[in-house]
Structure formats: C-alpha cells, structure tokens
Ligand binder design. Structure first.
Ligand code: CP
Ligand code: NVA
Length: 306
C-alpha cells in the first residue's frame, strides 16, 4: 500500500480534518493533565528544512518526542542534497530508514517528487505554494474559541501567499467565505483561486474585506525567498497594515490570527498582538497539538485501524 501524505488540506476529507482538530484538542488536554501518551515509540521522523523555522521545527520535534519517538533535523547544507543528490534518490533512501518525513521547501514540486518516491508519509511543513499545517492550527484555534467556522466570514489581508492559498483550501474544506484584500499583482495563485468554488472574493480595500468578518488573518509582506523584493513590497503593502481600528470594522466577536513571525509596524500595528482579539500565541501553541494528531494519524498503524 502506498503511503498517505499531507501536502495540502485537499489530501484529507473534511471528516478527516475535523477528526484531526478534535484529536488535537484531546491531545492538548492530555498534555495539560500531565498524561504520558507514547504511541510512536521507536518511530523516527526526518525533518528537511530548506528554509528557516522556529515554530514548525520545534512543534514537530517536540511533538515526536512527546509521542515517544524521535525527530532528526536535516538541511541541504549538511546532507548530499546540497551537493546535488536528486530528491527522488534521497526519498528512496531516507524513507527506508524513517517512519515519516516533514519537508519545508521552496518549490512545491520538491514535496511531490519526494512523496512519489517515498515509502513513508510526507508532510508539507511549508512550500512556496502552501502551508497546510498552519491551517490545521488556525482551524483548531477558531474551533476552541468560537466553535464551528462553517458559514462564517474570514478576511485575509495582505499578500496572496502560501498561507493565503491554504486559507483558500480551508474555505473549501471547512465551508467558510474568504475575502482576500491585496494590492494588484499580489493576488493568490490562480490555480487555488479556481478551486475556491464561489467561496472566495478578492478586493482591494481592507475595510471591505474585514466588514463583519469573524476571523481576520494576515502574514508577512515578504515571504522567505522574496527578500530581494522587500523594499518594493514594503511601499506597496503599506495600506494593508492590520490595526485595532481596522478590527473594529469586523464582527464584535472577531478573532485576529497571525501565523508568525510578525513584523510589528509592517503588516500589523505595534500594539495588535496585545489586543484581546488577537490569538496568535494560542495559534502557535496549537501547531504542537494538532501536528501530534497528524503524526498519530499518518504514522501510527494502530490509529489507522482504530
Ligand atoms: N508559522 C510558522 O510556520 O512559523 P515558523 O516559520 O517559525 O516555522
Ligand atoms: N509566508 C511566510 C510564512 C512563514 C511562516 C513565508 O513563506 O515566509
């Protein structure tokens, strides 16, 4: 049987995504109660990072250790990948030694190529196209604090980037309306826009996107790999800063999310993460819990048959 991968939210059914979130909430509760739960004893996750990371590395590594397993950090700098070993060859070899692989990369095709040659599950820890693990954490955070997101309105402010593309997939899977406010030329990738099936609108004015929204989310204006565009982006995105005053246009019970790292004074005002509507720290913590649910789902064979 070929391995099950998680490269995109579309690799799961809505029911599976819902179970992952429910399980993330359960695993969080177990950890808060000090219960030791180690279904992944002797299991090893490889983690290949072509880009920097704080949350993704820590949450997968800590998550594997808490589940009784281990994680190994790999980078192109200190593997033969940096010296030109083909990714397909690396996938064949690595997947004979590991029980799962997490990859943070530039081109999404690195993930699909690895997955095509891998005997074990491959998880997308962020590519230029998508960041599905972030959306699992965001959805868990919304469900914990506000209940189901179905039928709600979500506003994405700023760059139509990888996290935005995963919001589009989340809108399809979790059945919410997504309004993206971005400057001209920074719309999300048309491939994902086409998949949105009437759940997406793209506007220029952030106030129009935020009006009555139940969730407002943003991200950096310059993603990893776009550093040479930073100055141009800073000028163009200036009208898209999320402030307390902008959030005041949303529904009274709105939540504000940021996947982090944040640049205070750029995509958010200096004080926004201190606003009671901001839940970025809970969101970051939930990366740990919901990814433990994902690791259990993909790697623990007992769980597959449960
Ligand atoms: N949000 C997120 O993925 O953070 P890192 O880049 O620190 O992993
Ligand atoms: N869009 C950002 C997300 C970082 C977690 C990037 O790709 O750099």
């Amino acid at each position: 049987m070929s391995a099950r991968h998680f490269l995109s939210l579309m690799d799961c059914t809505f029911q599976e995504l819902q179970s992952l979130i429910r399980r993330g909430i359960e695993l969080k509760d177990l950890r808060n109660r000090g219960v030791v739960f180690e279904p992944l004893k002797n299991r090893v996750l490889g983690m290949l990072f072509e880009k920097a990371s704080t949350r993704t590395r820590l949450s997968f590594e800590a998550g594997m250790i808490q589940l009784g397993g281990q994680a190994i950090f790999l980078s192109p700098r200190d593997t033969q990948l940096g010296r030109g070993e083909p990714i397909g060859d690396a996938a064949i070899v690595m997947s004979r030694m590991l029980d799962g692989m997490m990859i943070r990369t530039f081109a999404h095709s690195t993930l699909t190529t690895f997955a095509a040659h891998s005997r074990v599950p491959v998880i997308n820890g962020l590519s230029d196209d998508l960041h599905p693990c972030q959306l699992l954490a965001d959805m868990q955070t919304f469900v914990e604090q506000r209940g189901s997101i179905a039928g709600k309105t979500v506003a994405w402010i700023g760059d139509g980037n990888n996290v935005c593309n995963s919001y589009i997939e989340a809108a399809v899977q979790f059945d919410f309306q997504l309004r993206v406010a971005c400057p001209e030329g920074f719309e999300p990738n048309p491939v994902f826009v086409e998949r949105a099936a009437g759940r997406l609108s793209i506007v220029r004015d952030p106030r129009e996107a935020v009006a009555g929204a139940h969730l407002v989310s943003t991200d950096v204006w310059t993603s990893m790999g776009q550093e040479q565009e930073a100055d141009q982006r800073l000028a163009l995105f200036h009208p898209y800063q999320v402030t307390r005053a902008l959030l005041d246009q949303a529904a009274p019970e709105v939540l504000f999310m940021h996947c982090l790292p944040a640049h205070r004074g750029e995509e958010i005002s200096l004080d926004l993460l201190d606003d009671p509507r901001a839940v970025a720290w809970d969101q970051a913590e939930n990366r740990l819990h919901v990814q433990k649910a994902l690791l259990e789902f993909l790697i623990d064979p007992a769980y597959q048959h449960a």
